[in-house]
Design a protein around this ligand. Structure first.
Ligand code: PEP
Length: 253
């Protein structure tokens, strides 16, 4: 079975104290997590070490960074490298979130570079893709997402691409309270998997986890995650509330 993942994306929210209290509250709950049913917490850089300490000894719960540099090292003030994340034993890193693409002008090419660096340092990229509203309204979302995949991931070898987690996040559903219907989510996830199968073969495509992101909450996670090509979610707003995110984790297949 493909890995099912409930990934929290805290974005630029919470003080250290509030973050610590949130982690404590979520970790105090009982979950049936396994190697194939995991939770991931993408916390701000200054809290990575705190989160690592809190999760020590917990099975199948991991820390993620929310971004990394596309440069290896050197005079890039304010940047955080994949190598630095590896030195903290961070196993996952989100890249290409639509907020990074929109506000920080990240390009598909830069994301290809970030993917390479993360894989070089044995960190699993959670690669975000997804279309803005006008593309969805023009019904050209498949071509839009296919181009994102092609330009950022298709240079990878078969062995490398199997290490990547993909998060499909329609931009019109992020932080808007407007979720894609389970049918819309499944349609795009199945399309992404077909694209991967064309490029890398069906077996490889079937092994890659594709998360859905966009206003996932306690009251809709179960029905979205139940779709055959949806392997969990990347969750923003609802991941900041212990009771909400706990239900999201419990909604994994
Ligand atoms: C996200 O930040 O990736 C996200 C999907 O946010 P939200 O759940 O708040 O829509």
């Amino acid at each position: 079975m493909r890995k099912q993942i409930a990934a929290a994306n805290w974005k630029m929210n919470l003080s250290w104290q509030k973050g610590e209290a949130l982690l404590d509250a979520i970790l105090a709950k009982e979950y049936q997590l396994t190697a194939n049913r995991t939770a991931v917490f993408a916390v701000p850089f200054p809290y990575l070490h705190l989160a690592q300490q809190k999760l020590q000894g917990k099975q199948n719960v991991f820390v993620a960074a929310q971004n990394c540099s596309n440069k290896k090292s050197g005079a890039y003030t304010g940047e955080v490298s994949a190598e630095m994340l590896q030195s903290l034993s961070i196993p996952y890193c989100i890249i290409g979130h639509s907020e990074r693409r929109e506000y920080f002008n990240e390009t598909n090419q830069q994301l290809a570079e970030k993917t390479d660096l993360l894989l070089e340092y044995n960190i699993i990229p959670i690669f975000c893709c997804g279309e803005p509203l006008q593309i969805r309204e023009a019904n050209t979302q498949n071509a839009y997402v296919a181009k994102q995949l092609e330009e950022s991931l298709y240079h990878l070898t078969t062995e490398q691409v199997q290490k990547v987690v993909i998060a499909y996040e329609p931009i019109w559903a992020i932080g808007t309270g407007k979720t894609a219907s389970k049918e819309q989510a499944e349609e795009m996830h199945a399309f992404i998997r077909r694209q991967l199968a064309q490029k890398y073969g069906q077996e490889v495509a079937d092994s890659i986890s594709i998360l859905y992101g966009g206003s996932v909450k306690a009251n809709n996670a179960k029905e979205i995650f139940a779709e055959p090509d949806v392997d969990g979610g990347l969750v923003g707003g609802a991941s900041l509330i212990a009771d909400e995110f706990s239900v999201v984790i419990d909604s994994l297949k």
